[in-house]
Design a protein around this ligand. Sequence first.
Ligand SMILES: [Zn+2]
Length: 95
Amino acid sequence: MLGSQDLIVGLVIVLVLFGAKKLPELAGSIGKSMKEFKKGVSDTADEEPAKAVGPSTAPAPATTCASCEAPLDPSWQHCPRCGTAAAAGSARPSS
Ligand SMILES: [Zn+2]
């Protein structure tokens, strides 16, 4: 029984022993086992190189208006929508 942690430790040991020069060779065999490993974890992660986290790559603004929940720029002092003073610093939307 191999846990993922054992796998990682094994990878590090192999890297130290063989060095980075043999990395391309190792990557081949490791890739095979990793594919099997990923198959066991999730059957959907087949050949997707990277997961798209969302439709928009722009990070959501950290601050939202406490009154109308409009996104606020951290540098703004007031909400342009309703005029409420924006809380400076650690303003988190309380759900
Ligand atoms: Zn507002």
